[in-house]
Structure formats: structure tokens, C-alpha cells
Ligand binder design. Structure first.
Ligand code: NAD
Ligand code: DAU
Length: 365
């Protein structure tokens, strides 16, 4: 198979490639990535020299770029990870989210539709998020594939829009698509502005650990390699036209997760736990902050036999150790755009100081 991986220099895309390129020498893999602040060629540097891997730098929202890459590499599988992914950035400015996530997805779908005319198995796999389903209350059942779409943030709305386009191309043009909607990922190579790497790196540096609102919002965490295995299982054995939810089943309140990371950092560095936990600061909440996500993966488990292989405490320690032993990668993600974002997002945020916080909008049902 010739496999085009969009967003292959980002967090999940690079983990996908680092797992699969060595495993399948008979398949060729091409990463197409714009190398935004979240993309890093170092994340795929171990694949340099592999005969079955190439990195193309380019924008999926640019039709000419997409056409050139399709004509040169003639992919028969597209694994579509590329996206603007940070909810807080989408709140500051949604424009790029619509451009990349909606228009970019459309350009890729158009390229597949016009080129995939002949023989051979083909697949457009769209990597999406549980955030399209909106927010759960504490006692609500987990999201299933039939849960009504109800996105809260501009990011989630742009992903919802792209999901609809992908399914419309299946119904209207018969494009062989699959979709996965996954919960929060963690692991190596995640941009340091997302909660887990931010907390790890700030704790290691002795900087404040910002927790939005009361910290009682809940996320369902999945180790990135388990997500990548799910995506591959769906590409290999999933039914065209179908959607599969992917979740870790490891629900944690943000404040509990931040405390666990603080404890792990204390254990791994020998520094006093109280000193690290003393860095926690409750800060002004994210507007429209979804209260809780939980994903029901029973369809994926039953149909394709997928299950997560690792559990959160062990994989979180593995993740921490990766960040501690890869300072060159960490440094390459900092400076410039990263520093500007950190200043913009945190400097103006009011400190709440204690465990008391406010919730905006419809966060608790
Ligand atoms: P990321 O932000 O770490 O990486 C995104 C990658 O896409 C980067 O390498 C970036 O350079 C690239 N990119 C951005 N705009 C582009 C454009 N216009 N053209 C080409 N490349 C572009 O994201 P991630 O966390 O790896 O997420 C990958 C996918 O998985 C996204 O579609 C996201 O919605 C989805 N997802 C993520 C999570 C999570 O917890 N991280 C969970 C569920 C689903
Ligand atoms: O659920 C899947 C989604 O998970 C993906 O679709 C997104 O691309 C990915 O970024 C992630 O979205 P979240 O908004 O859940 O991730 P983030 O790491 O930004 O935040 C996780 C939780 O931590 C969330 O409740 C907000 C909170 N938070 C985040 C930051 C950055 C804080 O309390 N403090 C922070 O400084």
C-alpha cells in the first residue's frame, strides 16, 4: 500500500509513523505536514533514511500542493491527522481552524474522489475527536457512535464539520471512508502547550502549574500508541462508511491528573513532592469548557478486537521519562510561537488561587 499520512510530523501522526514504518517495510509512507508550531521534523527524524518513508512539507488547504503530492506519490490510503488541534487557540481565533480542518479536509476528499477511479482497495481514514459530541454531566453514559453532535468550541465545531464532509463523500460519491472519534491522547512528542506535557515540563522547571476553573473537569485518557493501533485496525479491517469511537476508559479529573504528574516528577527527580504540588495554581476557566468526556469503545472492541494495552499510571511515567530524556526535542518546540502563545494564554488569565472556580455556559448538564 502507498499511504499518505497528513499531519505526520505532529503528535499522533509521528507516533503512528514511528510505529508503522519499521513494522511494514513493504508499505510506503509519505507524511504531508505544514510544520506549524505543533509539527516538528525531529519527531520523525528516526525514520530518516528509511526506504519506505518520505516527508513532504506543505499545506493540505492548498489545492495545488495536494494535487502535486497525490500525483507524485499516488496514495491508495490516506490517514488524515492534520488539523489545528488546540481548543484554547480556537477560542482566540477560529479562522485557521476552519481553513485547515474544514477546507483542508475538503481538498483531500476532492483529490481522492477525482483520482480513485480504477481498481484496488482504497481508504480515506479520518481521525476525529470525541469533542464533537459536546459535554457530559457526571452521571451521563459515555459517548457512543450514535450520540448527537453538539460541539462547544470552534475547534470541535470545525472537526464536526469535517466529519460531516467525510461521511457526505461516502454517501454521495461512494468514497471508501472510515472515521474514528477518539478521547484525549497522551505520550511522547505532544506539543508542550497541552495539559500533560505542559504540567510535566513546568513541574520539571519549577514553574507554576495552571489548572482551569475548579480542576474538576474530567477527561478520558488514552496512550497515543493505543490510539494508533486502533486507527490501523480500522484501516485494515473496519467497514467502509463506518465510524468507530476510541477511548481509554481512564477518566480523571484534571486536578487529580496534575497531582499524579507532580507526584511522579517528585519520584523521578528526588525533589520534595510538596514543593512541586505547591506550584499548582487555579486560574480563570476556559470559556465553554466541556465538563466531562467519556467514550464507549465497545463497537471497536467487539468488531475489531481492539483494546488498550497500557494503563495510565505506567504509561504516564513512561511519558514523563521521554520528556526528561529528550531535551533537544523539547527545546526545539520552545521559543518563538510557543513563547508568544504561553504569554497570550496565561498572562491575562485571572488567578483563582484556591479550589473555588466558576463555570461558563453549559458545562454541567
Ligand atoms: P497536533 O496539533 O500535535 O499535530 C497536528 C499536525 O498537523 C502538525 O504536525 C501540524 O504541523 C499539521 N498541520 C496543521 N495544519 C496543517 C495544514 N494546513 N496542512 C498540513 N499540515 C498541517 O495534533 P494531534 O494531537 O497529533 O492530533 C492529530 C489528529 O487527531 C487531529 O485531527 C485531532 O483532531 C485528532 N485527535 C487528537 C486527540 C488528542 O488528544 N491529541 C484526540 C482525538 C483526536
Ligand atoms: O478529547 C480529545 C481532544 O483532547 C482533542 O480533540 C484535542 O485536539 C486535544 O487538544 C484535547 O483537547 P482538550 O481541550 O481536552 O486538551 P487540553 O490538553 O488542552 O486540556 C485538557 C484539560 O485540561 C481540559 O479540561 C482543559 C484543562 N487545562 C488545559 C490547559 C492547557 C488546564 O486545566 N490547564 C491548562 O493550562
Amino acid at each position: 500500500m502507498r499511504i499518505l499520512v497528513t499531519g505526520g510530523a505532529g503528535f499522533i501522526g509521528s507516533n503512528f509513523l514511528n510505529m508503522l514504518v519499521p513494522r511494514y517495510p513493504a508499505h510506503s509512507f509519505v507524511a504531508l505536514d505544514k510544520l506549524t508550531y505543533a509539527g516538528n521534523p525531529l519527531s520523525v527524524a528516526d525514520l530518516e533514511g528509511a526506504k519506505n518513508f518520505a516527508l513532504e512539507v506543505g499545506d493540505i488547504a492548498d489545492a495545488d500542493t495536494v494535487a502535486r503530492v497525490f500525483d507524485q506519490h499516488r496514495p491508495d490510503v490516506v490517514v488524515h491527522f492534520a488539523a489545528e488541534t488546540h481548543v484554547d487557540r480556537s477560542i482566540v481565533d477560529p479562522t485557521e481552524f476552519v481553513r485547515t480542518n474544514v477546507v483542508g479536509t475538503l481538498q483531500l476528499l476532492n483529490a481522492c474522489k477525482t483520482r480513485w477511479k480504477g481498481e484496488g482497495p482504497r481508504r480515506f481514514h479520518h481521525v476525529s475527536t470525541d469533542e464533537v459530541y459536546g459535554s457530559l454531566g457526571d452521571d451521563d453514559p459515555a459517548f457512543t457512535e450514535d450520540t448527537r453532535y453538539d460541539p462547544s468550541s470552534p475547534y470541535a465545531a470545525s472537526k464536526a464539520s469535517s466529519d460531516h464532509l467525510v461521511r457526505a463523500f461516502h454517501r454521495t460519491y461512494g468514497l471508501p471512508i472510515t472515521v474514528t472519534n477518539c478521547s484525549n491522547n497522551y505520550g511522547p512528542r505532544q506539543a508542550p502547550e497541552k495539559l500533560i506535557p505542559l504540567t510535566i515540563l513546568n513541574a520539571l522547571d519549577g514553574r507554576e502549574l495552571p489548572v482551569y476553573g475548579t480542576g474538576r473537569n474530567c477527561r478520558d485518557w488514552l496512550y497515543v500508541e493505543d490510539h494508533c493501533e486502533a486507527v490501523w485496525a480500522v484501516i485494515e479491517r473496519g467497514v467502509p462508511g463506518r465510524t468507530y469511537n476510541v477511548g481509554g476508559g481512564e477518566e480523571r479529573r484534571n486536578i487529580d491528573l496534575v497531582r499524579t504528574i507532580g507526584q511522579l516528577v517528585a519520584e523521578e527527580t528526588g525533589r520534595p513532592e510538596a514543593e512541586i504540588l505547591g506550584l499548582i495554581r487555579f486560574v480563570e476557566d476556559r470559556p465553554g469548557h466541556d465538563w466531562r468526556y467519556a467514550v464507549d469503545s465497545s463497537k471497536l472492541r467487539a468488531e475489531l478486537g481492539w483494546a488498550p494495552r497500557v494503563e495510565l499510571p505506567a504509561a504516564l511515567r513512561r511519558t514523563l521519562r521521554w520528556y526528561m530524556s529528550n531535551p533537544a526535542w523539547v527545546e526545539s518546540m520552545r521559543g518563538g510561537e510557543h513563547d508568544r502563545w504561553m504569554e497570550k494564554n496565561y498572562e491575562g488569565r485571572q488567578q483563582l488561587g484556591s479550589a473555588a472556580g466558576t463555570h461558563h455556559g453549559r458545562t454541567e448538564r
